[in-house]
Design a binder for this molecule. Sequence first.
Ligand code: NAP
Length: 311
Amino acid sequence: MEKYDLIIIGAGPSGLTAALYAGRAGYTMLMIEKTGPGGQIMLTDKIDNYPGFEDGISGFELQDKLYKQAVKFGLHMISDSVISIKKENDLFIVSTLTGKTFTSISVILSTGATHRLLGVQGESRLSGKGVSYCGTCDGPFYRNREVVIIGGGDTALTEALFIAKFAKKITIIHRKETFRAVSSLIKQTTSLPNISFIMNSVVTEITGENEVNGVVVNNIKTGAIETLKTDGVFVFVGLDPNTDFVDSSLLDKAKYIITNDKMETSVKGLFAAGDVRSETFRQIVCACSDGAKSAQYAGEFIDEQKGNSYQ
Ligand code: NAP
């Protein structure tokens, strides 16, 4: 069994920042990542609220920079899915889907969150056939075509701005009277001529035989039901945390991991950072901050366990 000071699970901005800090401090570490580095930022075309990039930066470019910087300080990453974490005799035992087992003194959970499904008829059948969860990936397919976007948060409006570069017409359908997204995004989206809004309404069905051709929209105030023709449907209705393998005693009601200000969970030596944390401000800059803090306090814990505290 390979033994490390630290295992970091998940290679989004929080995990990569934790790796940078832990590597720079000289700890041996392993990162286990299910797909590839970047996490949700890989689904974002342009990030203009990450400090230091006055003209914005693409999700891919930021991921590339974070990853290369962590590698420079010793990041070693493997591609695998973690299926369980146990603690035995002061060591964490991390098991993966491919049957590998690793041990470490400390673990940082930085597995992030994944887009939520709308859960209506037609959604899963037409997924990839006009139903999408990634504007950056699929927006360019809708040049001069019409799309519907569902949701009223930062993701829905950020993605709408990107898709608006291609689509002839975008209709944003939101279940409330007001948006959850920040005002700057509301201003930008409402000022574009090819974006219109249907408020107080939910989509109850996505229609089409082999590809999307419409949505059934229910106005929840008036009860009116209409079918809207569309070529594509983008669903941005929030996130679910990636915590399937985490013991339920560490989670809040929505299955996010509960931590204190030091990113500690209730298990000594087990930390969480980034979007997977309960009650956090889900921004890239905050994920990076969480990553730095989790590495710092994991480092202190590792030193204590090894008996080489500098105090
Ligand atoms: P979110 O903030 O949770 O918003 C989800 C939206 O979907 C809400 O408007 C919600 O409506 C709606 N919704 C949820 N379930 C629905 C359903 N079943 N049917 C119809 N509508 C539904 O999720 P998000 O926009 O993905 O953002 C997630 C986090 O990432 C947030 O903390 C956000 O600030 C952050 N983020 C930041 C940036 C940025 O800074 N540039 C970009 C993207 C995301 P209600 O409002 O009625 O609940």
